[in-house]
Design a protein around this ligand. Structure first.
Ligand code: GFB
Length: 250
C-alpha cells in the first residue's frame, strides 16, 4: 500500500497494518513454496528524519522516520529485518531495493492521495482545460530525487538476475539530480505547455524537507547505467497521461 504525503498523513495505521500483512504473507508464502529469490520494495522516505546526508543503505534503522509517514516507514523497515531472518534461519536469498520517488506512465494520478509528480500533471491537465491557475501544495522548497519508472524496471530486472546480497540497495539518480518541488512543477509546466499562473498553497504541508540518498553502491555495481534525463522522462509521462486520460488511474 503506497501513497503520497497527504494520504500517509491521514492513514498511518492502515499503511502500517496493511504493509505488515503484505510483508509476512508474501515472504512466508515464498519461503513455504521454495521461491528462490524475492525482491521487495522499500523507499527512500523510510530513512531517519534526523540524519546526515547523503543517506546510504547502512542508515535505515538509525532513528525514527519523518512523522508524516511513520506507519509506512516502520512497516517497510521490517522487510529488511524479515529478509535477514529468512537468510539466517533458512538460507533464503530474499532482498530489497530502496527506490527514491518513482514516477511514470500507469501511475496513480489521483490528486488527493497520489504522489507529487502525477498530482501536478493531473492538476495541469485540468488547469489547461478550465483556464485556471496551477496550485502547487506547500512552499515548493522541499527537495526530491525522482526516478523514472522505466529506468527502475530495468534496474529491478538486474537486481532479480544479478544482485546477490540480502542487504538492500538504493535505486536512485545521483545527489546532483535532486530538484526542488518548484523546479519539478516548472518542468511539468514546460512539458504540458501550460501558460497559466503558478500558485503555492503554503497552508498545505511540505512533508520531509529532503531525503537525499547516495547511489554509490548502485554505481559500484553498474558504473555505466544511464538514467533517462528528468526533463525527457517528465515529457514522456505527460504525453502518456494526455493520450490515456480516459483510462489513467485518477
Ligand atoms: O510525492 P509526495 O506526495 O510524497 O511529495 P513525499 C510531497 C511533496 O510535494 C510535499 C509537495 O512537499 C508537497 O507539499 N506537493 C506539491 C505535492 N504539490 C503536490 C501535489 O499536488 N501532490 C502531492 N502529493 N504533493 C512520500 C511518502 O513522501 O514519498 C510515501 O510519504 C512514499 O510514504 C513516497 O514513500 C515515495 O515524497 O513527500
Amino acid at each position: 500500500m503506497v501513497g503520497g504525503l497527504f494520504q500517509n498523513i491521514k492513514y498511518n495505521l492502515d499503511f502500517w497494518r496493511k504493509n505488515m500483512h503484505i510483508n509476512d504473507n508474501v515472504l512466508h508464502s515464498a519461503y513455504k513454496s521454495g521461491v528462490q529469490k524475492v525482491v521487495s520494495c522499500l523507499s527512500t522516505c523510510i530513512f531517519p528524519d534526523k540524519t546526515t546526508y547523503p543517506i546510504d543503505e547502512t542508515m535505515i534503522h538509525n532513528g525514527p522516520p519523518h512523522n508524516s509517514n511513520f506507519g509506512y516507514s516502520y512497516a517497510k523497515r521490517m522487510i529488511d529485518v524479515q529478509n535477514r531472518g529468512y537468510f539466517e534461519q533458512h538460507g533464503c536469498r530474499f532482498t530489497a531495493v530502496i527506490p527514491t520517488n518513482v514516477f511514470g506512465p500507469h501511475d496513480n494520478y489521483n490528486i488527493e492521495d497520489g504522489h507529487v509528480l502525477p498530482g501536478l500533471i493531473h492538476k495541469v491537465y485540468l488547469a489547461k482545460e478550465n483556464g485556471t491557475a496551477l496550485t502547487v501544495w506547500g512552499t515548493g522548497k522541499p527537495r526530491r530525487q525522482f526516478i523514472y519508472s522505466l529506468d527502475l524496471a530495468r534496474l529491478f530486472l538486474w537486481v532479480l538476475r544479478e544482485y546477490d546480497e540480502v542487504e538492500p540497495i538504493i535505486l536512485s539518480v545521483g545527489e546532483e539530480d535532486e530538484v526542488s518541488i518548484r523546479e519539478a512543477a516548472e518542468c511539468v509546466v514546460r512539458a504540458m505547455d501550460f501558460k497559466g499562473e503558478l500558485l503555492f498553497d503554503t497552508t498545505k504541508s511540505d512533508g520531509q524537507f529532503k531525503k537525499t540518498a547516495s547511489n554509490s553502491k548502485l554505481k559500484k555495481y553498474l558504473p555505466d547505467f544511464q538514467f533517462t534525463p528528468f526533463e525527457r522522462a517528465v515529457k514522456e509521462t505527460c504525453d502518456w497521461f494526455c493520450a490515456n486520460y480516459a483510462i489513467a488511474r485518477k
